[in-house]
Write a protein that binds this ligand. Structure first.
Ligand code: SF4
Length: 234
């Protein structure tokens, strides 16, 4: 158990217990170590609305991130991630159930933010564990508006559910995209979807009537901050 709840402005995603560790090969000979854990809350530690993303609740189904972006501040600072940032992945198996319990008990309504600085809700392991469809079902049940932050086109798998939630409560997709060059993307964001795949995802979410915000940061000096590159992006 760590002491992350003592720190302000962090996610109150305290882990009750580690119940299992599983090894999984992710290709290229790299072995992932998967820890299956249980959340006990999805409320933000501050109890106030997040002024940046305007959310009242916040959580991620995972901690640690297979995307392994070279510039990730979470990767550099670690923020309570144990082990190797992109190889030791914590899977919060009960995320949907805890979200349901929290929304049932909550007297205040608010936007639910899904994602964090140390994980991506649609990183490749989500393809196996499929936690997000259950999370969206809970949001639909409570008619709770939500946003999700991702660098993965895997979010398209759940587009029909996101559309349904958007119709009853509202959804915003936040996509991190700072370059359109796939070769650079593969180099600096090795586990994430290629930039062009993210563009396709943005297009499909917009066609579905869902609001999309592009998080165009960070730009890497001399690598992705050329005027022509930024112009192309915008
Ligand atoms: S997707 Fe986000 S959390 Fe994951 S490694 Fe990249 S910057 Fe970090």
């Amino acid at each position: 158990m760590n002491n992350e709840n003592e720190k302000p402005n962090t996610y109150m995603c305290s882990v009750l217990c580690y119940n299992r560790v599983e090894n999984m090969c992710r290709g290229g000979g790299v072995m992932l170590r998967i820890k299956k854990t249980q959340l006990k809350s999805v409320k933000r530690a501050t109890m106030f609305v997040d002024t940046y993303f305007v959310s009242k609740f916040g959580f991620s189904p995972y901690r640690g991130c297979q995307h392994g972006c070279a510039y990730c501040d979470g990767r550099a600072e670690r923020y309570y991630v144990e082990g190797i940032f992109d190889e030791d992945i914590e899977v919060r198996l009960n995320a949907a159930e805890i979200l349901d319990t929290t929304l049932v008990k909550s007297r205040e309504f608010g936007i639910v933010g899904i994602g964090s600085g140390v994980s991506d809700a649609y990183q490749p392991i989500e393809g196996k564990h499929k936690i997000m469809p259950g999370v969206i079902d809970v949001l639909i049940k409570h008619r709770a508006p939500a946003y999700v932050m991702t660098k993965s086109a895997l979010a398209l798998r759940d587009l029909d559910k996101w559309k349904e939630l958007n119709q009853v409560a509202g959804v915003t997709l936040f996509v991190s995209l700072t370059m359109l060059n796939n070769a650079l993307g593969r180099l600096f964001e090795p586990g994430a979807s290629l930039p062009t795949k993210r563009l396709e995802m943005i297009q499909k979410f917009k066609e579905a009537g869902i609001s999309v915000v592009v998080l165009a940061m960070p730009f890497m000096p001399k690598i992705t901050d050329g005027l022509d590159q930024v112009d192309t992006l915008f």
